[in-house]
Design a protein around this ligand. Structure first.
Ligand SMILES: *Cc1c(COP(=O)(O)O)cnc(C)c1O
Length: 422
């Protein structure tokens, strides 16, 4: 199956997820792709092996219609490749690269595209592992990251920061929207025009990278707003069953090709079985995310009206004069299934609440079929100083929920009963 039909119409990703990038007749007619559990691939002839390696090492240009042949599973493997092609289709991008974790994806993509002396402008807060990479590892390579708060004025703050250090030093802009756990949204279009402005002044492409783990690829397509690299922890919604760790990056060929070269050398690729699990998961991604978001919206509304809940962070339900709601409506096609809310008291009552859930499991991570709850201040965000967390609206009474696919009435009752205990 091709990405387009013979008349040149592109198929929808929901359809491509079931057939694109795989030819059953190359695998004994097997309707589903087998797991290609092999480290190495046999060449038809010595000349074929030589020609594959010429491409792998960039010793010659690809001929018309030629693609890189299968060599060795650190370089390529059908389970990885089929998944990568389908992810690129979801993201409206040209190419994908799958990794052994979201962190492997983030690290490989960044180290590939920056050099000593470069600056990265990032939104804050970002995922804990990403924060650590920015604060403790990249500086060892003389790559500096300046973080500005996510919000309505992120573009203005980034522009200010760039003027201060010298615009030509900025090589990448890195965003997480919505931010975790505050659900604060950033206007992708304004940041993308900033990246273009920086690019023309630096006379070299300044890349806009977006960690799209929370909403993508179903509810947010940063490529449509000018993003160059879209990054995911595929451990979350894309894998969707809390049974694997993986990551993926999509982008234009020119930006992904060097990342693939780095992946080959770092060895940060996913393994064939994980690739196969991701293919299975991608088939139901749209159905799962839409159902999870539908339930989350109902639960967020219920929480908003509950007397023991102080406030709920869920942009789809903000009033229409809220700039955050405007950003949400502009760039998102659905509300997502992560809810943060505050109770009136602090840690002790928050823990009592967390310990009272029966269906929501007390665990970090998100995006799986099962519903989860956690306490950001003492768990996922434990290494962020409390005063910084307060700037992001996170207190000792903040709870984060990831809504799964259980029956909505059971989830609602679970929340009702747990809140009755505090
Ligand atoms: C989980 C997560 C990561 C890290 O992904 P791993 O698969 O755990 O390595 C990065 N970014 C976001 C937004 C995440 O939620």
């Amino acid at each position: 199956m091709d990405r387009m039909d013979p008349e040149g119409n592109e198929y929808n990703p929901e359809t491509l997820a079931l057939g694109y990038g795989y030819d059953p007749l190359l695998s004994e007619g097997s309707v589903k792709p087998p797991v290609f559990l092999t480290s190495t691939f046999q060449f038809k002839s010595a000349m074929e092996g030589k020609r594959f390696f010429e491409l792998a090492y960039g010793l010659r240009q690809k001929e018309e219609g030629e693609s890189l042949g299968l060599i060795y599973s650190r370089i390529n493997n059908p389970n990885m490749q089929i998944f990568e092609e389908r992810m690129a289709a979801w993201d409206h991008m040209e190419q994908g690269a799958v990794f052994s974790s979201g962190m492997a994806a983030i690290m490989t993509a960044i180290l590939c595209h920056v050099q000593p002396g470069d600056y990265i402008l990032s939104s804050a807060p970002v995922y804990g592992g990403t924060h650590y990479l920015f604060e403790h590892i990249l500086p060892k390579f003389n790559v500096r990251v300046i973080q500005v708060p996510a919000g309505n004025d992120t573009a203005a703050l980034m522009d200010e920061a760039a003027q201060e250090i010298g615009v030509e030093k900025v090589k990448m802009i890195y965003l997480e929207t919505p931010a975790n756990p505050s659900n604060i949204m950033i206007d992708l279009e304004s940041i993308s025009s900033l990246a273009k402005d920086f690019s023309s002044r630096r006379k070299e492409k300044v890349l806009l990278a977006v960690d799209n783990t929370f909403f993508g690829p179903i509810f947010q397509r940063p490529a449509d707003y000018g993003a160059d690299l879209i990054i995911y922890s595929a451990t979350k919604f894309i894998g969707g069953h809390s049974d694997l760790i993986a990551g993926v990056v999509t982008g234009k060929k020119e930006d992904i090709k060097p990342i693939l070269d780095y992946r080959t050398i770092f060895g940060t690729m996913a393994n064939p079985f994980t690739g196969w699990l991701l293919l299975r998961s991608l088939e139901t991604l749209s159905v799962r995310m839409r159902r999870q978001a539908k339930s989350a919206k109902i639960l967020a509304k219920y929480l908003m009206e509950h007397s023991k809940v102080k406030n709920v962070k869920y942009p789809a339900l903000y009033s229409s004069d809220n700039p955050q709601k405007k950003i949400f409506e502009k760039q998102c096609t659905g509300p997502g299934s992560l809810i943060s809310f505050d109770i009136y008291q602090g840690e002790e009552q928050a823990f009592k609440l967390l310990d009272s859930f029966r269906i929501f499991r007390l665990a970090v991570s998100l995006g799986g079929t099962e519903s989860l709850v956690e306490h950001p201040m003492s768990m996922t965000h434990a290494d962020v100083p409390p005063e910084q967390l307060e700037n992001f609206g996170v207190t000792s009474g903040t709870i984060r929920m990831s809504v799964g696919i259980e029956h909505i009435s059971d989830l609602k009752r679970d929340i009702k009963n747990a809140l009755a205990k505090i």
